[in-house]
Design a protein around this ligand. Structure first.
Ligand SMILES: *Cc1c(COP(=O)(O)O)cnc(C)c1O
Length: 229
């Protein structure tokens, strides 16, 4: 069986470049995070051999197992993007380079306290429930600034910006409406925290809208590795 992972990465990169061009942006400011959740290590190796270096995982144990197995590929950057329970925070703090899904102080504090002193700071994004959906994780927009203030004292963390998963929609105007809200929130944050450089929005089905609204990391699974079971 052939698979098309290397080809798909080129296609998605191309799409990112086209979208950046249309939005008047520099594609170099948009990182492609390959979301490898549920996919085998062999798929990650194919992407690695095609030159890809940053991977996103959603489930703690699955991610930690893959990181251990690929320890020899030491230039991979591992991003945790899934829901995080406090009893799993240590594994994440000790193994990942980034966490996109921090949505409460308790988790931020634990990640900070559990990050080894000899490791670099853990990069984090605060996940915002941008459409205020009951079923979705993330801080509500009005809770964001207080949470960021609380995080200022956590010196093992480097707060890089925001992450959001908008309300599911295939309609571009609706996607844009969600992304514009998070873009505005991000701009407000940058006034107080000029070092903020990361807006983690956009997945396989809404890359174009996300890039139009300032995304700096798109998290892409299906378009690279194919459909998940
Ligand atoms: C699964 C997942 C993705 C990737 O989604 P695709 O639609 O497969 O590109 C991105 N972000 C998060 C948080 C995810 O859980």
């Amino acid at each position: 069986m052939t698979n098309h992972i290397a080809e798909n990465i080129l296609t998605v990169r191309d799409q990112i470049e086209q979208c950046a061009l249309q939005a008047g942006r520099d594609a170099n400011n948009i990182e492609l995070l390959a979301v490898s959740k549920t996919k085998p290590v062999s798929d990650i190796i194919i992407a690695y051999e095609a030159g890809h270096r940053s991977f996103g995982e959603n489930y703690v144990q699955e991610g930690v197992d893959k990181i251990a197995e690929l320890k020899h590929l030491s230039d991979i950057s591992w991003h945790f993007i899934g829901p995080l329970q406090s009893n799993k925070s240590r594994l994440v703090a000790e193994n990942f380079d980034w966490v996109h899904s921090v949505d409460r102080f308790k988790i931020a504090k634990r990640l900070n306290d559990q990050r080894h002193n000899y490791a670099s700071q853990l990069n984090i994004c605060i996940q915002v429930n941008i459409d205020e959906e009951e079923t979705k994780a993330g801080v509500l927009p009005h809770q964001l600034m207080p949470l960021l203030s609380d995080c200022e004292k956590l010196n093992r963390l480097c707060v890089r910006g925001l992450m959001a998963i908008p309300k599911a929609s295939k309609v571009k105007s609706e996607q844009l409406a969600s992304f514009k809200k998070v873009q505005a929130l991000f701009a407000t944050c940058q006034q107080k925290y000029p070092q903020f450089d990361t807006l983690s929005v956009g997945m396989s089905g809404d890359i174009a809208a996300a890039i139009e609204c300032g995304s700096t990391i798109v998290r892409v699974g299906t378009a690279i590795f194919g459909a998940r079971d």
